[in-house]
Design a protein around this ligand. Structure first.
Ligand SMILES: [Zn+2]
Length: 188
């Protein structure tokens, strides 16, 4: 749980240190707003994403399940600027399947932390793989990073694509070809 009052004071300090007046009318409520926003954006730090996947049902379902174009927003831990885009998730259940909204919730828990896109992708795949005891999991994330678009190399619109594959999909199987074909053709 973040210490909002301390964050508020720290934001006021930053404003002062960049040469601004945190008490001028436009900025007066900013430290408090940023502190409240951080509580929301970083709410996933002390949450367990696997908890979201516990409510699965035994379906005896063994075919590929694919969820495409899930919008996500996260914060790059190097710059504390947003990166955002879409996630595509596929898994091969052993028998337990989970509701679509639960997968989205698990991704949100992981995204609401200071993150790296590579780690977010890997953590989502690991969470699905162990919590669902899935036979295989594939996660593809495509995102734009504001720390690349607004500063540094300044390449707006450039997409970073990361993928993580666990289980059966690793072994040159038909399922692997199937899932990569579907996920690669996803809209961004
Ligand atoms: Zn960054």
């Amino acid at each position: 749980m973040i210490q909002e009052k301390t964050v508020e004071n720290a934001v006021a300090d930053i404003l002062r240190l960049i040469g601004e007046d945190p008490l001028r009318p436009g900025l007066k409520g900013t430290p408090q707003r940023v502190a409240e926003m951080y509580r929301e954006l970083f709410a996933g730090i002390d949450q367990d994403p696997a908890q979201e996947l516990m409510a699965g049902v035994e379906e005896g379902h063994h075919d590929l399940v694919i969820l495409k174009d899930i919008a996500f927003y996260s914060m790059c831990e190097h710059h504390l600027l947003p990166f955002f885009g879409s996630a595509h998730i596929g898994y091969l259940p052993t028998s337990r399947v989970v509701g679509i909204s639960k997968m989205v919730r698990a991704l949100d828990v992981l995204a609401h932390r200071p993150q790296l896109q590579e780690r977010l992708t890997a953590q989502m795949a690991d969470t699905m793989f162990s919590a669902l005891q899935a036979e295989g999991v594939a996660v593809v994330l495509k995102a734009e990073h504001l720390c690349m678009s607004m500063r540094g190399v300044q390449k707006p619109g450039a997409q970073v694509v990361t993928s993580a594959i666990r289980g059966t999909f690793r072994r040159g199987s038909l399922a692997r070809r199937e899932i990569l074909t579907v996920l690669a053709g996803s809209a961004v």
